[in-house]
Ligand binder design. Structure first.
Ligand code: NAD
Length: 376
């Protein structure tokens, strides 16, 4: 197979495959073409790709020659006309935001593998890009909060007096939230956590966080381990309890999400107004509406003396390790779709390939994308 690595556009700094992973692909019998400058913003020069065995080409030549195109974000709208039926595109897709793009790809006869649709199963764990990127976000959110906070995170007993540890409140204990708990605890903070899934209670405790339970949470096994929309009564109770804890906190890291829906609003304007000046809120759910009512996506604002950071793209700010993890996940996915002599073999009966294929052969394939886009 010939794989092409595309250069990202806009503010994205990551690259789908770094030179270290090119070596692995070549060993799998895959020929790798890399668009000129693709790794530049992730500190990988074209010369490192050449040393790893890749060929550097311009975008058009790559689109002409590659059977599979790999990128972090979906290729541009303008590229679609240059692709040919049967070509495979593999990237994160954000299906709800990109439904028109997906429809164009379907009509064109492209196969689109959506890395954000990879099933969250044990077998697919090593391919789980959402988990790797959430790990980066959880880590970076705590580091950013610690650097903005006008206080220490750890407790100090010194000749200059005793410093109390910072209090960190974490909303949502999925992958990003659990990572945030671990890092905040490593830095010495006291950590409290809210989630609607009772299954995370033990994980929170084992990382040294205190789980704050709100009774009456709705859980649904059909949601595949994800959270579901809560009742109005529960939301009210939860907002009140969050308000109590947020007022006492120095930092809030908000990570709560419901797949395919707007993020739940957990931190009301009045709550932020009642928080201590100098406190920091990092809202990782910003791009899907935010967990905090005053969040503005992509902006750092100060509201009544509280810093509110609306940021969902931390992985792009840590492009070296984020790209490394991204590339490793892709390689693990390719291992189930490439034969020992390097040929691409897409077995649509395989539950991972079937779940990840958004469209192929002019059809919508993945059951999840059909649900998300309401396609019968
Ligand atoms: P996510 O980003 O969808 O949501 C983050 C967290 O927010 C979740 O824990 C969710 O329960 C919580 N949340 C949603 N609404 C909330 C509310 N109103 N109040 C408080 N919290 C709320 O989650 P994720 O990090 O993508 O993980 C989702 C699930 O997938 C988890 O069960 C996780 O264990 C599972 N998972 C499985 C695998 C695997 O087996 N391969 C890998 C990663 C994650």
């Amino acid at each position: 197979m010939i794989a092409g690595i595309l250069r990202e556009t806009g503010s994205e700094k990551r690259v789908a495959i770094l030179p270290g992973e090119v070596i692995v692909l070549e060993k799998m019998g895959i020929e790798v073409l890399v668009e000129r400058g693709a790794g530049e913003r992730a500190f990988a020069a074209d010369s490192s790709y050449i040393d790893a065995g890749a060929v550097i080409l311009e975008r058009k030549e790559i689109i002409d020659r590659a059977e599979m195109l790999l990128s972090v974000n979906p290729p541009l709208n303008d590229d679609i006309s240059s692709f040919r039926a049967g070509q495979v595109l593999c990237s994160v897709l954000n299906p709800v935001e990109n439904r028109l793009w997906i429809e164009k790809a379907r009509v064109k006869g492209l196969t689109v593998l959506a890395l954000d649709l990879i099933p969250r199963t044990t077998r697919a764990q090593s391919m789980d890009i959402l988990s790797s990127m959430a790990t980066v976000s959880g880590y970076k959110a705590v580091i950013e909060a610690a650097s903005l906070l006008p206080r220490f995170f750890p407790m100090f007993m010194s000749a200059a007096g005793t410093i109390k540890p910072a209090k960190v409140l974490i909303l949502g204990a999925g992958v990003a939230g659990l990572q945030a708990i671990a890092i905040a605890r490593k830095l010495g903070a006291v950590v409290e956590v809210f989630d609607v899934r009772s299954a995370v209670k033990e994980e929170v405790k084992s990382l040294g966080g205190k789980f704050v339970e709100v009774e009456g949470a709705k859980e649904d096994t059909a949601a595949g381990g994800y959270a579901v929309e809560q009742s109005e009564e529960f939301k009210k109770k939860q907002q009140e309890l969050i308000q109590q804890r947020a007022i006492a906190a120095d930092v809030v890291i908000a990570t709560a999400q419901i797949p395919g829906r707007k993020a739940p609003v957990l931190l009301m304007k009045e709550t932020v107004a009642a928080m201590k000046p100098g406190s920091v809120i990092v809202d990782l759910a910003a791009s899907s509406g935010g967990n905090c009512e005053v969040t503005e996506n992509g902006k750092n604002i100060v509201f009544n003396g509280v810093n509110v950071i609306g940021k969902s793209d931390y992985p792009s700010d840590m492009p070296s390790d984020a790209s490394k993890m991204f590339g490793c996940n892709i390689i693990n996915l390719l291992k189930i779709m490439v034969s020992t002599d390097g040929k691409l073999m897409l077995n649509m009966q395989d539950e991972i390939i079937n779940g990840t294929a958004a469209v192929s052969g002019n059809e919508y394939i993945s059951q999840r994308i059909r649900q998300m886009l309401n396609i019968n």
